[in-house]
Design a protein around this ligand. Structure first.
Ligand SMILES: [Zn+2]
Ligand SMILES: [Zn+2]
Length: 531
């Protein structure tokens, strides 16, 4: 095998693996399309059965308002769509429309059906954007690191790589690259608008026919299937583009001067790709679509670095070693071994971590926004800080994630009491604390309206009056939330009182040894966190 063939083979294997990975996204997306088509079928038939008179439906029938019962039922569906829509982050415009619909007191049968069918198109559009983004991001980051590895192994010399920068990946992904200058996201939305248009048209024609919805369902399914095919093609083409873009960026980073086009040579190879296979270009000529793959949708070509002769090449490339040490790389090095060497230079888990950070940028951004909204100043200052914490400092990140959940359940509480609650958990685990519940701020303005028998007995024994118990509740330094928040145990340095949310006092008393230890521990944490 000559030198050029070696590179061609290595890079082809890598590209094929990446394509298989992208294809997984396509299969998953196809499943979602099929489910949506089934759902539309069901909804249209149910609607028709309900409102058709003697197997006939007219526009006049369809434009009748929903009855009170039907409206109520419809509004539940809308509510469900809104909730699901928020979870799946469907488009803001659609959620706004749903919210407006949920406030309406009159809605026609026809509009009700349109809303239900529109939800399917909205959810699919979102699924398309997500699948394409995820596949492209993965293709870009994986292709980048695998290309780096292949080049280094091929040259027999390794050096540490600069990690991909998240902002750069984001920029790459958001740049349109096709002739129509549309990003894939824009293309998904355009296609969605066409789906909605088809649905509305078909429903109108169904009324005109006055017949069962079979024809309309068939036509809608046909249009959705076309969209499904487009969606799959876009995922493959976009991820092929970003894989090629990553190769270009990586070759540039490695100072590769020329590259060669590698086609898949089999019976499926088209004339364009067959013709370009084996051509060598300068890196400055690297233009995706004309001198670099993908040359067309579903193109299976890739590129490999091209070296006229290998003489001295390892030496030349090792000059780039400022970023880290240089080492000999045996030809049979595996990707895993190479990764270990990178990790040894940059710290454990470096390559995987960087790949993950790039891959998770969009979900991490959403997460960071949620943290900022809930924690305010207590959230990390910037997105970079947040990711650094998440991937570099698992202990601190888990602590922050715990605080985020804690604040969700106890919005009025604070960092000091969260720390105190963790301390209490540790004490429980060590067997030094028996009291159950979550330490939180004491709810304000709660009054004793009744005293149960147990509490009354304890108060008599301990010489505590209702007024004294109320004092503890009013002046509590903190409380322990118990029984899913239906009762609180209030603590001061003098005593405790347990009051449920109906105002019934369950028990009260002075702090025993355990109570004092807990009280001191909580106050210490509260004080420490203020410093
Ligand atoms: Zn081709
Ligand atoms: Zn091709």
């Amino acid at each position: 095998m000559n030198n050029a063939d070696y590179w061609a083979r290595r890079f082809k294997i890598m590209e094929d693996a990446l394509k298989d990975q992208s294809y997984e996204y396509v299969l998953n997306l196809e499943k979602q399309f099929d489910a949506a088509i089934r759902e539309i079928d069901t909804q249209m038939r149910a609607w028709y059965q309900r409102f058709a008179v003697n197997n006939n439906i007219t526009l006049a029938d369809a434009q009748k308002m929903l009855t009170t019962g039907e409206l109520k039922e419809f509004l539940w569906t809308v509510q469900e769509y809104i909730e699901k829509g928020r979870e799946m982050s469907l488009s803001g415009a659609w959620i706004k429309e749903l919210e407006n619909a949920s406030a309406r007191v009159h809605i026609s049968r026809l509009d009700a059906l349109k809303f239900q069918l529109r939800q399917q198109a909205e959810a699919l559009a979102q699924a398309r954007v997500k699948a394409t983004t995820d596949a492209s991001r993965l293709a870009y980051t994986q292709s980048y690191y695998h290309t780096a590895f292949e080049v280094q192994r091929g040259l027999g010399v390794g050096w540490t790589m600069q990690a991909l920068n998240e902002d750069a990946i984001k920029k790459v992904l958001s740049r349109p690259w096709t002739v129509d200058n549309q990003t894939f996201t824009a293309r998904c939305w355009t296609d969605k608008a066409k789906l909605v248009e088809t649905v509305n048209q078909e429903i109108t024609q169904m009324m005109a026919r006055g017949a069962a919805p079979d024809k309309a369902i068939e036509a809608i399914a046909k249009r959705f299937n076309t969209s499904k095919t487009n969606a799959g093609r876009v995922v493959m083409t976009e991820s092929a583009y970003f894989s090629s873009a990553a190769q270009k960026d990586c070759f540039n980073e490695l100072d590769v001067e020329r590259y060669r086009v590698i086609g898949t040579l089999d019976t499926h190879t088209c004339d364009i790709c067959g013709d370009l296979d084996g051509r060598v270009y300068k890196m400055s000529e690297y233009v995706v679509g004309s001198t670099a793959p993908p040359f067309h949708p579903w193109c299976r070509c890739c590129t490999a670095p091209y070296f006229e002769d290998m003489e001295g090449i390892g030496e030349r490339y090792a000059r780039d070693a400022e970023t880290g040490q240089r080492y000999k790389l045996p030809k049979d090095t595996t990707y895993k071994q190479w990764k270990q060497m990178q990790d040894a230079a940059h710290g454990s888990g470096f390559v995987d971590k960087k790949r993950k950070m790039g891959y998770n940028t969009s979900t991490d951004t959403k997460q960071f926004e949620a943290y900022k909204a809930r924690l305010g100043d207590e959230a990390p200052k910037s997105f970079a800080d947040f990711q650094k914490l998440k991937y570099d400092n698992p202990t601190a990140y888990n602590d922050l994630a715990g605080y985020y959940r804690y604040k969700g359940n106890n919005p009025d509480s604070n960092r000091g009491l969260y720390n105190a609650n963790n301390a209490a958990k540790a004490m429980r685990a060590a067997g030094t604390l028996k009291t159950k519940g979550t330490i939180t701020v004491a709810p304000k303005g709660r009054s004793i309206v009744d005293i149960n028998t147990h509490a009354a007995k304890r108060m008599a024994e301990r010489g505590i009056t209702q007024e004294m118990a109320q004092q503890i509740i009013d002046n509590a330094d903190f409380a322990i939330k118990q029984r899913r928040g239906s009762q609180y145990a209030y603590y001061t340095k003098d005593g405790f009182a347990v009051l449920d949310n109906n105002g019934v006092l369950g028990t009260t008393g002075p702090l025993d040894e355990g109570g004092k230890t807990l009280y001191d521990e909580v106050m210490k944490n509260a004080k420490d966190s203020k410093q």
